[in-house]
Design a protein around this ligand. Structure first.
Ligand SMILES: Cc1cc2nc3c(=O)[nH]c(=O)nc-3n(C[C@H](O)[C@H](O)[C@H](O)COP(=O)(O)OP(=O)(O)OC[C@H]3O[C@@H](n4cnc5c(N)ncnc54)[C@H](O)[C@@H]3O)c2cc1C
Length: 473
């Protein structure tokens, strides 16, 4: 009888602890496991240099944890897995299941072709506390509204994490160097990106599973303040766990377990993890929601897409709008590959409701620059802000970028940190359009638009879209 050997295909689960799929591979392969990461260009395409660099560092850390036995290969997973299975004599590939629209297509194809070649492919667990698709209403349909989803989800979400596999012999096979990854970033740019540069940001988040564990422990000591501080971008009020969850350096199970409890901050924090799971669930049931407007009434919202729109998009992307909170957020994104949630909402709202651009343009830019870019959370975060998603903010709710700055960055800590032209401008001027236009803010951009006039324009376009939808229905 052939020795049982298994291949473990790492994807969005770049960790050893609490990895049920990895435990299954270790058990089924009788402790003889070939650990693989496959660089597949189809998936690298929307990623900019910053996310690819974060991935490189995460893989580097994983390789250290595996004693230098992580095999990184480039190519079509069908071909790579077939070749490696033949080379190491394995008949079984195990991976954590993927719930994204493209990932699912890929996995069905891999499973089918490899089965024909005598290799079975098994998908175990998921990157979520509760597997997308399993939370259903009493009538057996998926939830459209977060609060109802959350009630059912919370009953199942918190389960004890598992330990790392022990006594595994990791098998080394062919591997490229991790530097190979860098050349793969951002191979497709939409025309509206123009000549915006894809400079690598100085990511402030340390990559890898041990760093993720440390960050979780650090955050556990302040989670009870989360409710009061999470909306203020100038203070360290949120967990900064998103990039770890994105790449699976941590599993949400571990996070929910560590931060369980009934205090208000903990409950609010759990709800945020719940949003991530809700969006994955919506995306599973409605894969078209990655790019399609979910609210019929907004399908015909008029957006600008001419040469002037492209120019205005670039001003937004570079953080030169003259609205301090928007510019601080967009520059944090450029310089760190991350942005605070409150500011993501304000920047997204500005693009849709003040610049009248298609939310998909902004979503693509975020996918390009964010280290934590996740298709479900990002596209639905955008659809929520644009008023086009399931259980979204109503379109008429238009963030006033100046009031948002005054309310959530009252001491100007955040805007002055990320907009150096405002570093010496005191409150309240540093929060005003153009930095109050005093002498100290002379080098800062003048506001690119009249926020009140553009708000009226957005509402007029909204009324038009609604009328058109009524006529067509
Ligand atoms: C326009 C827009 C785009 C976004 N794009 C992404 C994205 O690509 N990837 C991403 O992970 N999050 C995205 N978010 C959600 C949210 O902004 C980030 O998850 C959060 O800022 C990450 O910081 P944190 O880990 O400190 O969050 P915390 O406040 O500490 O929250 C803990 C975790 O909960 C999850 N979470 C929190 N808020 C949300 C939310 N609104 N939707 C879904 N999950 C949430 C994240 O996994 C986060 O790490 C987006 C939000 C908006 C409005």
């Amino acid at each position: 009888m052939a020795t049982p050997r298994a291949i473990f295909w790492f994807r969005r689960d770049l960790r050893l602890a609490d990895n049920p799929a990895l435990l299954a591979a270790a058990q089924r392969g009788d402790g003889d496991v070939t650990a693989l990461f496959i660089v597949d260009d189809t998936f690298a395409r929307p990623a900019g240099t910053t996310r690819v660099e974060f991935l490189r560092r995460t893989l580097d850390s994983l390789d250290v944890s595996l004693g230098g036995r992580l095999n990184v290969l480039v190519g079509d997973p069908v071909e790579v897995l077939t070749r490696v299975a033949r080379d190491v004599g394995a008949r079984l590939v195990v991976a954590t299941d993927d719930f994204g629209p493209r990932g699912r297509q890929r996995d069905r194809r891999v499973q089918e072709v490899l089965a024909n070649r005598g290799i079975s492919v098994e998908f175990v667990d998921s990157p979520y506390a509760v597997k997308p698709g399993t939370i259903l209403s009493k009538s057996g349909t998926p939830y459209q509204v977060f609060s109802a989803f959350r009630r059912s989800w919370e009953l199942e979400a918190t389960t004890a994490p598992l330990t790392s596999p022990s006594a595994v012999s990791w098998r080394a096979t062919e591997s490229v160097t991790l530097d190979e990854l860098s050349s793969r970033a951002a191979s497709s740019r939409p025309a509206y990106f123009g000549d915006l540069p894809d400079a690598k940001a100085a990511v402030t988040i340390e990559a890898g599973e041990p760093a993720a564990q440390r960050q979780l422990t650090r955050f556990a000591s302040s989670v009870d303040d989360y409710q009061g501080s999470r909306d203020f971008p100038g203070v360290e009020g949120t967990s900064h766990l998103s990039a770890y969850l994105r790449f699976g350096s941590l599993h949400p199970r571990q996070v929910l377990w560590e931060l369980s409890g009934d205090a208000e901050g903990r409950r609010t924090f759990r709800a945020e993890i719940g949003w991530r799971e809700f969006y994955a669930d919506v995306m599973l049931h409605r894969p078209d929601s990655a790019y399609r407007v979910m609210q019929k009434s907004l399908e015909h919202l008029r957006v600008d897409d001419d040469a002037r729109a492209v120019e205005r998009f670039a001003v937004w992307a570079k953080g030169e709008t003259g609205f301090p909170l928007v510019d601080a957020g967009m520059r944090q994104l450029l310089s760190e590959g991350w942005m605070h949630n409150r500011v993501r909402m304000v920047c997204a709202s500005f693009l849709v409701k003040h610049l009248h651009l298609d939310w998909r343009w902004g979503a693509r830019w975020f996918m390009w620059r964010l280290v934590d870019a996740d298709l479900a959370s990002n596209q639905h975060g955008w659809q929520w802000t644009a008023g086009t998603g399931t259980d979204a903010a109503p379109f008429e709710r238009i963030f006033n970028p100046t009031l948002q700055a005054q309310r959530f960055d009252p001491r100007g800590e955040y805007v002055r940190r990320y907009v150096p032209e405002l570093a010496t401008v005191p409150v309240p001027d540093c929060l005003l359009p153009g930095g109050g236009a005093g002498l100290l803010s002379a080098s800062y951009a003048s506001p690119m638009l009249d926020a009140l006039a553009e708000r009226r324009e957005a509402l007029a376009r909204f009324a038009q879209a609604r009328d058109l939808a009524r006529i067509r229905s």
